[in-house]
Design a protein around this ligand. Structure first.
Ligand SMILES: N=c1c2ncn([C@@H]3O[C@H](COP(=O)(O)OP(=O)(O)OP(=O)(O)O)[C@@H](O)[C@H]3O)c2ncn1[C@@H]1O[C@H](COP(=O)(O)O)[C@@H](O)[C@H]1O
Length: 105
């Protein structure tokens, strides 16, 4: 998963400076943060709808769209994939500590 996200992050960084006519990524960056955030919201909603429909293939496709657009939003905000994964790892560590503490109580 980390490799895939890092690879996509690199593609997004490369395409950011491409022509908006030839690149979906460049066109979205050109529209600005509000539009990118709005796309993430739409893709999140479509993911929720797909999950409620019980259609696994649709859920897979919408989740991929959501993650892709989230990566663009992160890039726009100057946050890297590694920043987010490090935060998730940190929480995993915290939850492990809490679990150990509850076992010794
Ligand atoms: N992974 C993706 C990817 N996932 C989804 N999408 C696009 O995201 C859009 C989202 O779907 P929607 O149905 O919401 O699209 P839409 O109705 O056209 O969107 P709007 O009019 O609302 O903006 C579609 O146009 C998809 O083509 C993607 N576009 C590009 N990539 C990757 O990004 C790379 C660079 O793409 P370009 O920037 O186009 O070169 C590609 O090689 C791919 O690896």
């Amino acid at each position: 998963m980390r490799d895939t996200l890092n690879r996509l992050e690199t593609v997004i960084a490369e395409r950011r400076s491409a022509s908006a006519d030839s690149s979906y990524v460049a066109a979205l960056f050109a529209k600005g943060r509000e539009k990118i955030a709005q796309k993430v919201g739409e893709e999140a909603t479509e993911t929720v709808i797909a999950s409620l429909s019980g259609d696994a293939a649709q859920l897979t496709a919408e989740a991929a769209d959501l993650i892709f657009h989230l990566l663009i939003l992160l890039a726009e905000g100057g946050v890297s994939v590694d920043d987010v994964l490090t935060e998730l790892d940190r929480r995993d560590g915290i939850s492990g500590i809490a679990e150990k503490a509850s076992r010794t109580e």
